[in-house]
Design a protein around this ligand. Structure first.
Ligand code: ZN
Length: 148
């Protein structure tokens, strides 16, 4: 797979949680939009799937301190401690962060070109015309509660 495939340039934008206590600014640059159906993303977002925009962490500045849940051996999840809005997914030890699309302003283009974790995909979403792949992190140790 072409490593540049699916990347597109986004303008600078600012986003926020539902209550406004946690905000961020992202500078203009390349981004990759995807969705993930895995059980950890479903639970972390309380949704059928997570919709995430991948950008370099260095391009994001925060106003307010995100709360962070150490969701697995691979990744952590940031959210607003005041209102609970999921704000990001961050793979440990990388320079990337994935911002939740729902925290972004509607004028920022969000067109997913990849779907991950299709092993967890709901049947009613099976017709999505976006290339899909199973979760690649097979050896991840989940820190979620036991009630899956
Ligand atoms: Zn909030």
């Amino acid at each position: 797979m072409d490593p540049t495939e699916g990347w597109h340039d986004t303008p600078a934008f600012s986003g926020s949680c539902q209550c406004g206590a946690l905000r961020y600014d992202v500078t203009a640059g390349p981004a990759f939009a995807s969705i993930c159906h895995c059980r950890m993303c479903q639970r972390a977002t309380g949704s059928p799937f997570a919709a995430l925009l991948k950008v370099a962490s260095a391009r994001v500045s925060w106003h307010g301190m995100p709360a962070v849940f150490d969701s697995s051996s691979l990744a952590e999840r940031g959210f607003c401690a005041a209102c609970g809005t999921p704000m990001f997914y961050r793979q440990k030890g990388t320079e990337w962060i994935k911002i939740t699309s729902g925290s972004m302003p509607p004028e920022v283009p969000f067109r997913p070109t990849q779907q991950w974790g299709i092993e967890g995909r709901h049947d009613w979403l099976a017709g999505l015309a976006i290339p899909g792949a199973e979760t690649v992190e097979r050896d991840v140790i989940s820190h979620q509660g036991a009630f899956n």
